[in-house]
Design a protein around this ligand. Structure first.
Ligand code: NI
Length: 136
């Protein structure tokens, strides 16, 4: 796609803070940082609307907890349409890391993440809201 150049008016202090921020985040220039900010907003909009999204749910749990693994499995079968892949990693003797890749309805993905995180014995859960890459 062709690149368009345009001017932005911004307060000196705000720009100085932006420059400090993007330096800390190791952006090589303002343009790339600005493009990422725009994409971040577009992805957020996709998650708030009815666009198709992609993302990942991560869970940390102790597999020795009674019924926990079965419950997590039951929930994932109920949301089979949203799940495109999952990976189970045995972190140590007790703890497991599960990464579940999701695609489809943002509401379903959120509901799936909430259901999994709320199962008793899940120590930590995150939902990484990303995009299929279309429209951003
Ligand atoms: Ni395990």
């Amino acid at each position: 796609m062709p690149l368009i150049r345009f001017g932005v008016s911004i307060e000196k202090g705000l720009l100085a803070r932006f420059d400090r921020l993007i330096r800390d985040k190791e952006y090589t220039n303002r343009s790339e940082a600005f493009r990422d900010l725009i994409r971040k907003e577009l992805v957020l909009e996709q998650w708030q609307g009815s666009h198709e999204i992609a993302g990942a749910i991560t869970l940390i749990y102790n597999h020795h907890k009674r019924e926990l693994v079965n419950k997590l499995m039951d929930i994932q079968h109920d949301f089979g349409d949203s799940i495109i892949s999952s990976q189970h990693i045995h972190l140590d003797h007790d703890n497991c890391l599960e990464v579940i890749a999701v695609k489809g309805s943002p509401q379903q993905a959120q509901k799936l993440a909430d259901s999994l995180k709320s199962v008793k014995g899940v120590k930590h859960g995150t939902l990484s809201m990303s995009t299929t890459g279309k429209g951003v």
